[in-house]
Structures are given as structure tokens and as C-alpha cells.
Design a protein around this ligand. Sequence first.
Ligand SMILES: O=C(O)CCC(=O)C(=O)O
Length: 289
Amino acid sequence: MTSQIFRDYLLQDQFERDGYVVFDFVPSEIVKNISTKFYDYNPILPEGFSSGASFQDDYVKQRLFSEIDSALHESMNHAFINYKKLGGTFLCKAPGEKGKVNLHQDWTVVDESKYASATVWIPTQEVDELNGALKVLPGSHLFFDKYRNNNIPFSYRGSEQLIWDNMITVPMVPGQAFVLNHAVLHASSANVTSKERIVIAYGITSTEANLIFYYKDPVNSRVEKFDMPDDFFLRYYNIGERPLFGNKVDEFDYEVPVVSRARIYEMIQNEKQKRRNIPYFQKNWALTG
Ligand SMILES: O=C(O)CCC(=O)C(=O)O
């Protein structure tokens, strides 16, 4: 059990069990109003999948986050307690094959034995399999090792297709939020419609959680641990490289173990078994597969 971030205990329990939760979060007009700002920040539609997190200007990132935060402030406070804001931006998936987001887990940025860090993912339009709804493997936030970053290999390498074939796609309507534990396996398919898919992403963790970052030196098997400031997400540009700020507090040898396909299959079946009496999962997550 990690430190509570949802006001509603039932949502907290589902989040602990599944690694994500979907619920009615904000009036849909508020979301539609903010979505128009996407075009102010992106006068030319970026290709493929794009995130405002890659804007190369602190001031622009901060201004966009302030606009998102002031629009969502009330809904955030209604849904969450004791939470720290990590930043917020738009995620766009332009039409075309390049927009596919491969299976991944997000970076480890807190001590996950005590806290969760999460993205509140808020679609500004209806989303489904055709335009890039999120796909998720329920319960997988507890499957693997805790050190994750762009340059640290994943423990599930070799089993990507098995996992992909067992994920649930979650259709959503504007006003709903998908709160995604950064450790849960997730992805999204290419947008095969003719209209861009725009989502607001807002990062949170517990107030008491100190931010951290793990970096693997490419020339040896050492992982470095950094203590990072709270505005880390608004200031980290050289993604995939050693951060240019923060304090290095540890360094250790680390080879990422590969978890076998057979073991991953078994873990998925266990998660399905655990949920076999829950109507939503009975319908959307067949026991065979
Ligand atoms: O917006 C999407 O389609 C994927 C988002 C995602 O994978 C992430 O935020 O880590």
C-alpha cells in the first residue's frame, strides 16, 4: 500500500490493485476549452506522437502548465489529497503509423515502496482503439524491478507481443481521467482516423515523496541515483542522458534481469484470476489469452 493520494478510498484501492483507475473527473466543457490552447502552443501540427514536455524553453513549459493547472485546479483538489504537482502538458497523436506508442513503463521518480507517482491522463475528445486510447496491463505495476528510465533496459524484453496481446484498451469520453501509476505497463496504438488526438497529462505524487532519478552509464553496468528538485520535469531536456542538475547520491552495479516469457504469462494469468469475479474484467479481460 502506497501513501494515499485519492480522496476516495475505493479509487485508491483500485489504483493499488490495478496500477490505474478511470473515473469522471472534470466537466467536459473545461477540458474542451483548454484543448483549444494546444493550437496556440503548436501552430504547426507535430508529426507522430508528441509531448509538450519536449519544448526547449522553461518559460513556455511553465506557462502552459500554469494554464492547465488553473483550469483543472478545482477538479484536482476534489479528486486528490496530499499530492505534489510534477507538471502538466499536452500529448498529441497525429494521424498515421508514426503515432504508435510502444509498450513501456514510465521512469521511476519516487521510492515506490512508499509512494506512487502517476500521470492524470485526460482526453479532450472521445478516445478508442482507432485514435489512440490508452492500453494497459492491469496489475503489472508490481511485476518488475524498480529502476526505470529511457536508457535502462526493461525486464520484459522478448515478451512485448505477449504483453501487447493481453492489454486492455480503455475507451474514454472528455471529462474522464485515467490515472496511471508510472510503473504500470502501458502503450497506445497508432491513430488511424483523420483527426489528431489531444490529451492533457498532469503528473503527481505524494507531497512527502522526494523526487529521484536513475541513470545508467552506457559504458558500464553502473546505475547512478540522483535526488532531483520538485520542478525536475519542467527542466529536464537532455532526455536519456545524465541530468545536468540534481545531486548524485548513490551509484551501484546493476544488470537488468530478463523475466522469462513463461513467468510473464504466469503473472498475467494470476492477475486475470484475481479479477475473475469482477464484471468489468470478466467482460474485457478474458481468462484465456
Ligand atoms: O498518450 C499516449 O498515447 C501515451 C502516453 C504515455 O505513454 C505516457 O504518458 O507515458
